[in-house]
Design a protein around this ligand. Structure first.
Ligand code: PNS
Length: 171
């Protein structure tokens, strides 16, 4: 069975992520969408919330060979543990490439049997990121064209109520 991993922070999931997930799922028997926990970062949504939102968005898409998992550690270790064939990453712009290239080379050293495959973003989502979603939502803007329908109420409610942008500014 060919297993792929689509790793990320997904804080929160966007339509750009879902585009990469659905296209990635078509390339493998099973795709694991992996929420990676970075203890040095303060995410807006907990790992559990990010997983639940991903599960809802994946169900909305009707992807049956995709599962969601969470991991605190090295992606290469997780890939080795589950016997993954490849890591799938989306590239939005050339500026993404330098960082992603470094990660791919590092992961290749740590786990040589796992390939990294880059998928070009769908042009419709080139501008989109979780940070853009958070900024627009925290000022009360419409994010319905940025995130899956199933997670829109949860994201809107949380970011508007907590006034997340204010917290960021105060830091
Ligand atoms: O969605 P993001 O924040 O761009 O995802 C980055 C992520 C989580 C995929 C990346 O930071 C990662 O792989 N973290 C796990 C730690 C690791 O394995 N690092 C690679 C060796 S430097």
């Amino acid at each position: 069975m060919k297993i792929g991993i689509c790793p990320g922070s997904f804080d929160p999931v966007t339509l750009g992520h879902m585009d990469i997930i659905t296209r990635g799922a078509a390339l493998f028997d099973k795709l694991v969408v992996l929420v990676l926990v970075n203890p040095k970062k303060q995410p807006t949504f907990s790992a559990n919330e990010r997983c639940e939102m991903l599960k809802a968005a994946i169900a909305e898409q009707g992807c049956t060979n995709v599962q969601v998992d969470v991991y605190e550690g090295l992606l290469a270790d997780y890939a080795r543990e589950i016997g993954a064939a490849a890591i799938i990453k989306g590239l939005r712009a050339v500026s993404d490439y330098e960082y992603e290239f470094q990660m791919a080379l590092t992961n290749k050293v740590l786990c040589p049997q796992v390939e990294t495959i880059f998928l070009n973003t769908n042009a419709a989502y080139m501008y989109l990121s979780s940070s853009v979603v958070k900024q627009v939502a925290s000022f009360g803007g419409d994010i319905s064209r940025f995130v899956p329908k199933s997670v829109l109420p949860a994201i809107t409610r949380r970011l508007l109520v907590t006034g997340n942008h204010k917290k960021e500014e105060e830091k």
